[in-house]
Design a protein around this ligand. Structure first.
Ligand SMILES: *Cc1c(COP(=O)(O)O)cnc(C)c1O
Length: 358
């Protein structure tokens, strides 16, 4: 028997969530964001789930090459643009669109002599990470348009507070003001802005997390948004212990039994990507029923409370996150966000893909 720790990705759920994004922004084209190996789900199954997307967006050039090899012929947007001069050549060869966020990248495009590249000028509207300052935008735009290596110039920004509608409004009006007289397509919305800010549903939207069935909001669950979890992380109970009153489990003896209780030991730990910060009480499902974790998560194992399921023993199926326990719940208990947990599922975890037609 192989180790039972398994991440299952549903291509149907990916497709469902894309359709949900489409319903929310029916007049926009959709770049399905597949950076970080499709938020940990794998590029190959993401491509199948997002076959109906208008484009794909990521930032890793090896990933872009891979999606071309896998047969994707549509637009591919590189969210951080070129990192070095060779990237312009790759973009020209593979027909990738490039974000341009600084002067160095414009200089690179000036040097570049290959097939013209579609570009997106990124404007900094307050995130202060990437992007040209608003007062420079029109000049950079003009400089880009004049280059023979540039096929087109779109306009984009990324919000610092897309999960708070008021924060987005200010950034969006600054973007609209700066770009008012500049022709070209616009793209501003990630999942949160797509869902919460109607004005952000411009020519192209860029949902990521919602496509994987997790919520970009702290207060609204993915289920309430009509999304289906695309990944479930499962394992099994590999041992059962009976704790007497006062006995503890795990490193640091963080959990002590208040009375005699049966606990299960599950084959999943932080080396699988389960968060070590998940405290006692983090929701988890055993044999289809919700219960809680106990004590400290170790590298390869964690403990669960079997009191709600007295008949359950070794071999019982465990869902770390998925349909019964959302990844967002585990993340909230662990003081992080679903994004981090999905991206962090470790290479040693076995993978299974459920295709549309199975
Ligand atoms: C990651 C990313 C997105 C997607 O964000 P979500 O919150 O996952 O929807 C959109 N735009 C850019 C520039 C990104 O880097």
């Amino acid at each position: 028997m192989p180790r039972p720790t398994l991440a299952t990705v549903s291509v149907g759920a990916l497709a469902h969530n894309l359709a949900q994004a489409r319903r929310c922004a029916p007049n926009s084209r959709i770049w399905a964001v597949i950076k970080a190996d499709a938020y940990g789900h794998g590029l190959a199954c993401a491509l199948r789930g997002f076959a109906q997307a208008d484009g794909l967006a990521l930032l890793e050039f090896d990933g872009a090459r891979r999606v071309r090899e896998l047969g994707w012929r549509g637009p591919v947007l590189m969210l951080e643009g070129a990192f070095c001069s060779a990237d312009f050549v790759t973009a020209g060869e593979l027909g990738l669109s490039l974000v341009v966020h600084d002067l160095g990248q414009i200089a690179g495009l000036r040097e570049y002599g290959g097939a013209p590249i579609a570009t997106w000028l990124k404007i900094n509207t307050g995130m202060n990470r990437l992007g040209v300052p608003p007062w420079q935008a029109a000049r950079m735009y003009g400089a880009l348009r004049a280059l023979p290596g540039v096929a087109s110039v779109g306009l984009m920004t990324h919000f610092a507070n897309a999960d708070r509608a008021d924060g987005t409004c200010l950034a969006l009006s600054s973007f609209n003001l700066v770009t008012a007289t500049l022709p070209g397509e616009r793209s501003v919305a990630n999942s949160a802005a797509l869902l919460a800010v109607p004005d952000a549903r411009t020519d192209w939207v860029r949902p990521g997390i919602m496509l994987y069935g997790a919520s970009p909001f702290a207060e609204r669950s993915a289920a309430a948004l009509g999304l289906r979890p695309a990944m479930s992380l499962n394992s099994e109970v590999i041992a059962v212990q009976t704790l007497m009153t006062g006995d503890s489990v795990g490193y640091g003896s963080l959990f002590s039994a208040p009375h005699t209780m049966r606990i299960g030991i599950v084959a999943c730990g932080y080396a699988d990507g389960y968060p070590r910060h998940a405290p006692t009480g983090t929701p988890i499902a055993v044999a289809g029923m919700r219960t809680r974790t106990l004590g400290r998560v170790s590298m390869d194992m964690l403990a669960v409370d079997l009191e709600p399921m007295p008949a359950v023993g070794v071999g019982a199926p465990v869902e770390l996150w998925g349909d019964l326990v959302s990844v967002d719940e585990v993340a909230a208990a662990s003081d992080t966000i679903g994004y981090e947990l999905l991206c962090a599922v470790a290479p040693r975890v076995a993978r299974r893909v459920i295709d549309l037609d199975t």
